[in-house]
Design a protein around this ligand. Sequence first.
Ligand SMILES: *Cc1c(COP(=O)(O)O)cnc(C)c1O
Length: 254
Amino acid sequence: MTPADTSSLQCALADRVRAVEGRVAAACGRAGRDRDSVTLVAVSKTRASSEILAAVEAGVRHLGENRPEEADEKISLVNDGARAAGLAAPAWHMIGHVQSRKAPLVVGRYTLVHSLDSLKLGRRLARLAAQEGAVLDCLVQVNVSGEDSKGGYLVPEPDRDLPAVFLNELDRLQALPDIRLRGLMTIPPVGDSAEEARPYFRRLRQLRDRLERLFPGGDWSELSMGMTDDFEVAIEEGATLVRVGRAIFGPRTA
Ligand SMILES: *Cc1c(COP(=O)(O)O)cnc(C)c1O
């Protein structure tokens, strides 16, 4: 890229980051919440490291990736670029399905895994975290809509009992000393409007409230929900992490 290209990319990204920041702050205001209670995760999947670095220079501190292999080199490039620009390296969030055999690409690189969806993966992450001498924070991904195409643990309607297999699995995940469960993540069905996602976000929060009662010692404080088309509704429903891609980086071509 020429210096002119770089600076117009930086301007465009800085404008979009500012616009999304403003919308996050306004949604917090409407919901009577502190701006600090919501973390904006800029989803940088499919983006080049130059674009991601421009976002970091525009003030983005949290980045989300969904494919461990694809992200690996970008993470090093962006972290090095940030340091060279005198900025702290950003925090990386894994938001996509992780196959157990890819777990080595996650531990030590990501500050939060949003997509813990099996005991097998939990055990693998815990073993690797133990080797690194660090505890890895994870969110349990749940499928609140029952759509086949969505990942995560299937959970029933709010008025039904939670399945024993699900509770047993959470119990075992919680007992692993080298990962720390911090809350829940979900992806609602694709809808025509943000309002269509609201019942699913509410369902995730209600599930969290139930788990707080069922696992009193646990920390279920984080709710990762809301993307470009619905993050404001998610904030109104209690999201503590929103995962925003297109509103920050523009339409995805890849
Ligand atoms: C891609 C992706 C996002 C961001 O989606 P946008 O619509 O670009 O905001 C959020 N969460 C997950 C899990 C994703 O895969």
